[in-house]
Design a protein around this ligand. Structure first.
Ligand SMILES: C[S@@+](CC[C@H](N)C(=O)[O-])C[C@H]1O[C@@H](n2cnc3c(N)ncnc32)[C@H](O)[C@@H]1O
Length: 200
């Protein structure tokens, strides 16, 4: 039987993002720790690879101001739509979306003009051997944006401009991106790791 694939959309109101908002682990989560959020410290964040906006939303839900950058016209449109729908719910969702600013363009062009304390980079990951493990929505994103072959350039540029740190989100077991310096430390989860480059 042919499986019907739902159209890709950005949804902060239902599903996994909403679930994580209710039951997630606060600032103890790996992403929050990697970005430098802790009690009494909330850095200004640039999410250089906004995608479906999930990481940005999580960080904004923990109180951070997040500037999101997306270069794909289609992903930018999906994000705009998802953010508008979430804001129209009012209450906490509106407050969180109020901390998120979405820009369109290539992060390599925009980062030098922004003053970023902590920059998050989550490029499309290398294809897994077992593609069944890649979630359907990420496969759909890949169909839209292809691969991010310039990820090393983006990381190097971000390291030059971030006032405190750059965080590269990468599959836990994948080799480091070629052409990027060794990181200062890593936060490793089961499937994902965060390579942290301290800059200041
Ligand atoms: C793996 S997705 C990011 C997923 C995101 N972290 C989330 O939580 O939904 C990568 C996204 O980054 C975007 N991207 C990659 N390189 C970029 C760049 N240099 N400037 C702007 N957007 C970029 C791609 O178009 C794609 O939408």
């Amino acid at each position: 039987m042919k499986r019907v694939v739902a159209e890709l959309r950005v949804d902060f109101v239902n599903g996994s993002v909403a679930h994580r908002l209710r039951f997630g682990g606060g600032r103890g989560q790996d992403l929050a720790k990697a970005m430098g959020l802790r009690a009494g410290k909330t850095p200004m964040i640039i999410d250089a690879t906004a995608g479906l906006g999930r990481d940005s939303f999580l960080l904004a839900s923990l109180g951070a101001q997040v500037t999101m950058i997306e270069r794909s016209e289609k992903m930018h449109a999906l994000l705009t739509d998802g953010m508008e729908r979430a804001a129209s719910e009012g209450g906490q969702l509106r407050e969180i979306i109020g901390r998120m600013t979405l820009l369109k363009g290539d992060a390599k062009d925009l980062i030098p003009e922004l003053s970023g304390e902590a920059i998050l980079i989550d490029p499309m990951h290398p294809e897994r051997k077992n593609s069944a493990l890649v979630k359907q929505d990420l496969r759909q994103v890949r169909e839209i944006v292809g691969t991010d072959d310039d990820a090393a350039d983006l990381v190097r540029l971000a390291i030059k401009h971030a006032r405190k740190r750059v965080v590269l989100k990468w599959p836990a077991k994948a080799d480091p991106i070629e052409g990027v310096q060794a990181c200062s430390h890593q936060i490793r989860g089961k499937t994902t790791r965060y390579d942290v480059f301290m800059t200041g």
